[in-house]
Design a protein around this ligand. Structure first.
Ligand SMILES: [Fe+2]
Ligand SMILES: [Fe+2]
Length: 267
């Protein structure tokens, strides 16, 4: 049942089966192809089959959603205000279909479940760096947010990526079926992910990234009405918004914010 639900949600995320069928093979990006191929075969692909598809794709699977949308359609973006805040990035740059809706749902669930501020904030931000780059998005995300959020929040963002590969029955987290389609049935996580998992098992903050994965897992309803509004108070208390605006504050990660703000700049 879990498999069927996730397939359904996956197709809804990309605009439904009709939208998937309308796309020509050129504009179908990475995991849409992998998913549909797996569905035709009635089983997830093997790692070798996932690798065989690399040269059939217009962009690499690690490209950020903002730069390489899954439906292949790039829209003109609204201008950013001169001193952009995290809320401006949510509303104007994080793509509704991909990271915005999903992260808002994760955070909404975390809030409903009575999680700590740290976990709610980590859920709110956990996948947003995937707008910039999807490969190692937990690490990119932690770096992107480190100057502005409590250390525990950056820790949870960094390591949710590793913990997604490892079930924890007691915490209510199972290995996601979607990953079998994305990475291949026989996929083994790379050494840095295995090492992170080993380290995390004995870490006093293990539950922070784990609770991100728990709230992540149940947050793929594309029809949910979610906005940033319920989180404004929490952001006000926990997010150190630079007065010059994200990207203008000369922080070590300012260029990363500028790249998200100006994704159409060729250099
Ligand atoms: Fe993630
Ligand atoms: Fe997520």
């Amino acid at each position: 049942m879990a498999v069927a639900i996730e397939k359904e949600h996956f197709l809804e995320t990309i605009g439904g089966e009709e939208a998937a069928a309308r796309m020509d093979s050129e504009s179908r990006a990475d995991f849409i192809e992998d998913f549909l191929a797996g569905q035709l075969k009635g089983r997830p692909p093997t790692v070798a089959e996932v690798e065989e598809r690399i040269e059939t794709k217009p962009v690499r699977s690690g490209a950020g959603f903002l730069f390489a949308p899954l439906d292949g359609k790039v829209a003109k973006l609204p201008p950013m205000p001169p001193n952009p805040t995290i809320v401006d990035f949510f509303n104007l740059r994080f793509q509704a279909r991909y990271t915005r809706n999903h992260c808002l749902q994760s955070a909404t669930r975390a809030m409903q479940n009575g999680m700590s501020d740290d976990v709610i904030l980590a859920c709110l931000l956990h996948d947003t760096a995937a707008e910039l780059v999807r490969s190692d998005h937990g690490y990119w995300g932690a770096q992107l947010y480190e100057p502005y959020v409590p250390e525990k929040v950056a820790f949870a963002i960094r390591y949710h990526q590793a913990l997604r590969f490892y079930p924890d029955k007691d915490a209510g987290y199972e290995y996601p079926d979607l990953y079998r389609y994305l990475f291949g049935e026989d996929y083994v996580p790379p050494p840095h992910i295995e090492a992170a998992y080993k380290m995390l098992r004995n870490h006093k903050w293990y539950m922070e990234p784990r609770l991100v994965t728990v709230n992540d897992w149940y947050s793929f309803d594309p029809n949910a009405e979610v906005t940033i509004e319920p989180f404004l108070d929490l952001l006000g208390r926990n997010f150190k918004q630079p007065k010059e605006g994200l990207g203008n504050d000369n922080s070590p990660v300012a260029h990363m914010w500028r790249a998200i703000a100006r994704p159409d700049s060729p250099l």
